[in-house]
Design a protein around this ligand. Structure first.
Ligand code: SF4
Length: 331
């Protein structure tokens, strides 16, 4: 049998065709001593198909906590006893956060709300917030507001929202073990609405929620089928009070295999390091990731956990001679 990394060198690196589900599974099953080779190939794929720039994004939570949904990993669900307290930001705070994010060199600023989907009050706040940011700060605005109706997707597009985030989170076959208050199909439908309106699609996942390796491969294939512009890869950072509180962190070699495999499944996507990476990979993880297929990072704090100091990441990119992607002036 031909080695999966040899196959990937031709199929993915040369031809730009992502690995299939079965092939992703082979990468996820590579022995530890092949992990470095898998990461090196993933890095070459990223450099060839995405170039060397690294996209930097900041996120801010417009509405934190008190969500009616029951995503078992999420400390913002109002159904679990977690230390997260409900909070809302006003427009001035939002603009200030966008300004601080732009000052780090970031090109994307994502407004996030912990909701099933936006109600009229939240849409009005987002409308005012996006207009205020666009008037004051030179940065692309992205939103993550949950499940959308067609009319809401129209409205976000009309506001000039550049990218919409809605994560599939888990493989379709594993979803019911993670969330019971909405379906994988509902999440998928929102992604279609976003795509149809020409906004960039950002669709991420969480690794380490009790899925099998086959389900991890299934997830990679289902994400690739969405053809997302960006995929934030999270590793479960088990939050106290949530149903997944007792889950162990993903082992570092498994996390690295997943990074390489997801890059090989999606050669052209922006693959972003999101939450949980410090826990799984430690400080070294940033280096291994950006030399193993990752080409985007979130600066500063994640939504409910503390990230690394943004300057550490920016220093690392400078040390590795990887330029921070610049804002497209055509927008
Ligand atoms: S992941 Fe989103 S929808 Fe699910 S509980 Fe958390 S905030 Fe709510």
């Amino acid at each position: 049998m031909t080695d999966i990394l040899d196959i990937a060198a031709t199929q993915v690196l040369e031809q730009g065709e992502g690995l299939t589900e079965a092939q992703v599974l082979e990468v996820l099953q590579l022995p530890d001593e092949r992990v470095e080779a898998a990461l090196a190939l993933a890095h070459d794929v990223r450099l060839h198909w995405c170039r060397d720039a690294v996209e930097v994004e900041g996120i801010v939570s417009l509405k934190t906590g008190g969500c009616p949904e029951d995503c078992h990993f999420c400390s913002q669900s109002g159904r679990f006893e977690t230390p997260v307290r409900a909070a809302r930001l006003d427009i001035a705070e939002l603009v200030e956060a966008a300004r601080e994010t732009a000052a780090t060199g970031a090109t994307e600023f994502c407004i996030v709300a912990a909701v099933r989907g936006p109600d009229e009050r939240l849409m009005a706040q987002v409308r005012d917030g996006v207009a205020a940011i666009r008037a004051a700060v030179d940065i692309n605005v992205a939103c993550s507001l949950g499940i959308l109706t067609a009319a809401q997707a129209d409205e976000l597009q009309a506001m000039g929202v550049h990218r919409y985030n809605h994560n599939l989170e888990a493989a379709r076959s594993h979803f019911a073990a993670v969330v019971t208050t909405h379906t994988w199909e509902e999440r998928r439908a929102t992604l279609e609405l976003v795509r149809e309106r020409g906004m960039e699609v950002c669709c991420g996942c969480i690794i380490g929620m009790g899925e099998t390796l086959s389900q991890r491969a299934e997830l990679a294939a289902q994400l690739a089928a969405v053809d997302p512009d960006e995929v934030p890869m999270n590793f479960l950072d088990a939050r106290p009070g949530t149903p997944f509180a007792g889950m162990p962190p993903v082992d570092a070699p498994d996390a690295l295999r997943a990074i390489a495999a997801f890059r090989l499944a999606m050669p052209r996507t922006i693959l972003r390091f999101a939450g949980g990476r410090e826990l799984t990979l430690g400080d070294l993880g940033a280096r291994q990731g950006v030399l193993g297929g990752i080409n985007a990072i979130i600066v500063g704090n994640y939504l409910t956990t503390l990230g690394r100091d943004p300057q550490d990441d920016l220093d690392l990119l400078a040390e590795l001679s990887m330029p921070v992607k610049e804002l497209s002036r055509t927008l």
